[in-house]
Design a protein around this ligand. Structure first.
Ligand SMILES: NC(=O)c1ccc[n+]([C@@H]2O[C@H](COP(=O)([O-])OP(=O)(O)OC[C@H]3O[C@@H](n4cnc5c(N)ncnc54)[C@H](O)[C@@H]3O)[C@@H](O)[C@H]2O)c1
Length: 376
């Protein structure tokens, strides 16, 4: 399968660092609207350049376009790629606008193609282990979930020194303008909808607590930098999800069942430990046992390298590999187009809630997805 990348920025480096895990994926070339970006990337990674999007899309050898552009460009690039007959794997979100995202899925379906969105951390050892434990009812019937995506005061950190391996700076203006909810909620929303099925509704609040972020460049708009959402799943489970860049760093996930808690520390580490703690009764007292039971991580065969920077260890190409496998085997990708759209709809509803929102009723559905073969 032949790939081409559009967008040679910060995250593209992380894709390249885990591409060798999948030797059957062949990167034909890359392009960026900023030619120097493409040239620098091409030199660093020894890959060919397409001089324009048109040239890339006219290359009949390209099967899949990896859309690693900024979120505001996702719709335009994915649409052009689908209309050129290519499958698309896009960084999140599918689009910054729900109707545009829906349009992408409809174009893909009309043409027998797939448009699949990151994040792919649902395919991680940690998520697959948690999902297996839930199927085995390790903590009994699940009632409630607390998911935290708090990152600490990012605007006070030395983010101007954050560089990818190839020396591309972290795009802080774009990150602040897109906002932490649109950037990060999907890391847990995708797990929750896979584990508990489609969401029925979400009641959320979002707000911008630090409007100027003390940056050296003015920011467009007041994008929320804090959100809290209560998601009601059709299965009856309720999840509270918090995203923010004000409260101290906390990426815990706590799944609360009738028999105890199932927990992990961070969805950004593909091999973060998974543990449960049972609810016990001793004489007249009922409490959560302080003793942790560690669940052995299920994992794919062979050693897969994880692209890593301080705050995360992820195999960015695992979702691309699943898309390729699904095309070759005539099945939908696990992160199917409809699954990606449902995640996108939910995340946008949280981001756009602002301070006086009504309950949002979900419009989309998706076919249930199966666990990875090594976790079944
Ligand atoms: N920065 C992170 O830590 C991080 C982590 C995971 C995922 N992501 C996601 O990855 C995507 C890219 O983020 P990034 O951090 O690499 O941003 P970036 O700004 O560093 O890179 C994006 C690149 O895309 C190019 N681009 C934008 N629009 C284009 C267009 N229409 N045609 C061609 N090239 C275009 C830009 O010139 C830039 O080089 C985003 O969707 C983001 O949410 C970012």
């Amino acid at each position: 399968m032949n790939l081409a990348i559009v967008g040679c920025g910060f995250v593209a480096d992380y894709y390249l660092s885990t591409l060798p895990n999948y030797p059957h994926l062949n990167l034909l070339g890359v392009m960026d609207r900023v030619p120097e970006r493409a040239e620098h990337f091409s030199k660093h990674h020894n890959v060919s350049i397409y001089d324009s999007l048109k040239e890339l899309l006219e290359d009949d050898r390209v099967d899949i376009v990896l859309n690693l552009t900024n979120p505001s460009s996702h719709f335009e690039i994915s649409k052009a790629a689908l209309e050129a007959g290519k499958h698309v794997y896009t960084e999140k979100p599918l689009s910054i606008d729900f109707e545009e995202a829906r349009q992408l899925v409809e174009i893909a379906e009309a043409r027998g193609l797939q448009v699949v969105s990151a994040p792919c951390n649902l395919l991680s050892e940690t998520a697959q282990t948690m999902w297996k434990a839930l199927r085995e009812e390790a903590v009994g019937k699940v009632r409630l979930v607390y998911a935290e995506m708090d990152d600490g005061m990012v605007h006070q950190m030395a983010y101007q020194k954050w560089m990818s391996e190839a020396g591309t700076p972290w795009p802080y203006k774009d990150e602040f303008e897109v906002g932490c909810t649109l950037e990060h909620a999907g890391y847990y929303v995708s797990w929750l909808v896979a584990f508990f099925g489609a969401a029925k509704s979400v009641t959320a609040f979002s707000s911008c607590l630090v409007p100027d972020k003390e940056t050296d460049v003015p920011l467009d708009g007041h994008t929320p930098d804090f959100s809290v959402a209560c998601i009601h799943f059709e299965s009856g489970v309720v999840a509270r999800l918090t995203c923010g860049i004000v409260a101290p760093h906390d990426h815990h996930l706590t799944i609360i069942g009738d028999k105890g808690l199932l927990c992990t520390k961070d969805s950004w580490y593909y091999r973060a430990p998974v543990y449960s703690r049972r609810r016990v009764t001793l004489r007249r007292k009922t409490f959560i046992s302080p003793l942790k039971r560690n669940h052995r991580l299920v994992s794919p065969e062979g050693k897969s390298h994880l692209g890593s920077r301080g705050a995360q260890q992820m195999d960015f190409c695992r979702g691309v590999a699943d898309l390729v496998d699904s095309i070759q085997n005539g099945r939908p990708c696990r992160l199917s187009s409809r699954f990606s759209l449902h995640v996108n709809e939910l995340v946008l509803a949280i981001q756009n809630a602002l301070e006086d929102s009504q309950t949002y009723h979900m419009q989309t559905q998706f076919e249930p997805i199966s666990p990875m073969p090594w976790a079944a």
